[in-house]
Write a protein that binds this ligand. Sequence first.
Ligand code: ATP
Ligand code: MG
Length: 775
Amino acid sequence: MERYISQLNDAQKLPVLQKDGPMIIIAGAGSGKTRVLTIRIAYLMSQGVDPFNILALTFTNKAAREMKKRISDIVGSNEAKNLWMGTFHSVFARILRAESSKLGYPSNFTIYDTQDSIRLLSSIVKEMQLDKDIYKPKQLYNRISSYKNSLITVRAYFNNPELMEADAMSKKPRTGDIYQEYVDRCFKAGAMDFDDLLLKTNELLNVFPDVLSKYQDRFRYILVDEYQDTNHSQYLIVRALSDRFQNICVVGDDAQSIYAFRGANINNILNFQKDYPDVKVYRLEQNYRSTRNIVEAANSIIEKNKTKLDKVVWTHNDDGPKVKIHRSITDAEEGRFVAATIWEERMNKQLSNNSFAILYRTNAQSRAMEDALRKRDIPYRIYGGLSFYQRKEIKDVLCYLRLVLNPKDEEALIRVINYPARGIGDTTIEKLTVAANHYKRSIFEVMKNIDKIDLRLNGGTKNKLRDFVTMIESFQIISKEQDAFYVADHVAKKTGLIQELRKDNTPEGIGRLENIEELLNGIKDFIEGQREVDGATGSLTEFLEDVALATDLDKDTGDDDRVALMTIHLAKGLEFPYVFVVGMEEDLFPSAMSVNTRAELEEERRLFYVALTRAEHQAYLTYAQSRYRWGKLTDCDPSRFIDEIEPQYVEYLTPPENTYQYKPMINLDIFGDIDKSKLRLSKPTAGTPPAYITNELPKKPEGLRRLKPVNIPSKNTVDTGNNNLNAGTTVMHERFGKGIVIGIEGSGADKKAEINFEVGGVKKLLLRFAKLTIL
Ligand code: ATP
Ligand code: MG
């Protein structure tokens, strides 16, 4: 233990060695917060604290696993396996299972994922005969989620005239009724959604003092990582559990609070000192992760935020290379630049693929990156897209399994009752749903009693329903005797899912079959892994819970040597030697929806701070001057965040080519120290005033408006605006290949060429973007 403590600096040692009492560690990125938390847990155990009494809450299950592994290395794995560690959702799902009967839920309750919840909401909207364009299911889902995370139950909602009025004002007066129906239906189905896992935990701890007391006594030491992103519901759970012993240690960085849009409350960190008057506040200042250029660049950004705690971050690390900035004409070219750079750096410095991460603001941006990486055969992995478990064929199998455990699970039932097709049509399903609502029973129970209820179904249909019930019941019997793998394998075969997929011989169809195989392998691995965990048996219940709460990050074993692609939100807490932050453009980052208030803009800036501080050795910021968004080609301006970095920490790989609006009376002193001879005056064109063009000036001079950047064609491509492309010219297009120009129309920026490509036929292309090479 001594050895590990000696690897900490003095500021880090203090919170590790303070065994008892409340404490908060507020510190900037890369200063060792997570490391301190890890060593602290090991230290507590070395001081005789029973691992059963330690609860550590992390941002992802993967983070928990890694932490546990490090602790195992220090104190031994036999001890470490008894620690309670994981995300809020996974830890409290486990507790809820143990206590479910108190809340009226079966212990094998289903966890509805977002897809299930949204589908249920859309069917409620339909049943209530409301307009789905006004009552948008996804919006309703977010709404209900935010109510639940603020502990606004249905009853609290109806006791709150302000909330009801607000919904009425926004022309959604039935929101409360929908909320009520949604909650009832989830309960009837024996299902909790993600937010219920926190809400019901609060309910459990509030309503049952004996339960509260039991867990207060169990969790004598509580530690929370990334505390700045906890929401109100999570905050209350932590407060309640730590109330008796007050051995609570939270770590966080207000500058990295990036989940306000999901209800995270930065005040949780700011108010911690009020909640625990005896709190010890620790600060860490030395960053061990990044080079000095990165640390200082990040500091210069976060300084621009008004709402923040004063914090110092410095590093003894080398200066390292400057933050590199690259401009490209299109998003496709941006992708090519990133792929080419990874390729080169990897060769020159003998790096592995997983030294690189590509971070973006929105998932949609991954496509251009993927295309480029694929062309160069660079292996990559996308995190946080559609997770493996949400793919159709996988979810079909999982829904059968859910139904086996909990036949009341209506979302699962509706999904598979007629897949593979067995002649149970929509009308029948609707009749069953209506009857189930009427008798306040589950659809499955209605099906079991189909002979006793008159639903005007013909004999054939009734037989089909009976067959389905018999099939599920036979699976239930097997599941009592066999492990999760056997059951899943059996279900995949006996339901006809596998046969159905075998019919499809396309590569996609074969891919789907392989996915099912992968799922089965995954279940095998899971069972093996569970043997290591105390008290776990590898049952179907355990597997389904693990799946329901798995984030995409969790599947990563770390053995894969791949470039990582993910949103910045997901990258929180992680670190990579080389980081590309792509799509550094206005309206994308900061997002167009976030520039209206200072608070929103500051959250975007914190997000940028998080992105930049993931880099250990080198950060690249890239932007494109045009990009396809929502199917349309749009012009883009570089992000204001690029301008906000102190210029001495950045290096432009491509000249920024800023153009500033020319006013005839302007005094050139406004351009400051730069060499005036380097200012070029652009030619006025129709609709565009003349402008100063400069490559020397990354920052916008006071009083000048920056125009859209000028498009500068890269080498090898035709300056198509002015070029003499004529009918008959043979050209090469990078995607469509070789073709012959048939005709030209328009002029200037709108100039288009009609080209007959050898493969693909005639296409009309805007020359400004077409990137043609004349052969
Ligand atoms: P973030 O805010 O991004 O979550 P953090 O404050 O949790 O960052 P860590 O991830 O714990 O920081 O540490 C950043 C890096 O610095 C890690 O690679 C860690 O191993 C290393 N590190 C932390 N403290 C020390 C130290 N005293 N000596 C050497 N390396 C250290
Ligand atoms: Mg951390």
